[in-house]
Each structure stands twice: as C-alpha cells, then as structure tokens.
Design a protein around this ligand. Structure first.
Ligand SMILES: [Zn+2]
Length: 84
C-alpha cells in the first residue's frame, strides 16, 4: 500500500465512521476511509462491529461497542501519537 500524504489515521476514521454509515462522506473522504480499512485490521473490526451494532439495534451507537475493542483502539491512537 502506498503511503499517500492524505491517508487518514485511525482516529480520523473513528471520527468519520458515523458519516460513513449515513452515506454523508464526500467522495474523497469515502475513498480514504475505504483505503484505510484495507490496510488496518483494527479499524476493519471496528467498522464491522459498528455495522453489526447498527443492524441489531437499528441505529448507530458507539457506546454499545465492545469495551475491550474500544480500549484497543484507544491504545492504537496513543501509539499513533507517540510515533508522530
Ligand atoms: Zn486504523
């Protein structure tokens, strides 16, 4: 995978996820979102959980996500910040 300068980070993906499911992302953001999912297993899991939660509850509610998964994502955000 190329590391384009406009790749989004895990943190940005999480911020965009609601818009993603609502179909509210513009084409560029949508593309970056999908590109990030291809290279990041953690975010794929996150999005799949969001999709499953939305399917089960009929709405999006990040607070219903598996707490361990949320913790894992928070950890990966800390790693990102350390590496920057
Ligand atoms: Zn990610």
């Amino acid at each position: 995978m190329s590391e384009a300068f406009d790749d989004i980070t895990c943190k940005e993906l999480v911020e965009l996820v609601t818009a993603y499911f609502e179909g509210a992302l513009d084409a560029g953001d949508r593309q970056r979102f999908d590109a990030h999912l291809e290279i990041c297993a953690g975010c794929r899991t996150y999005v799949e959980q969001m999709r499953e939660t939305a399917r089960l509850t009929g709405r999006l509610d990040p607070d219903r996500l598996d707490p361990e998964l949320r913790e894992g994502l928070v950890e990966s955000f800390r790693d990102w910040q350390r590496r920057r």
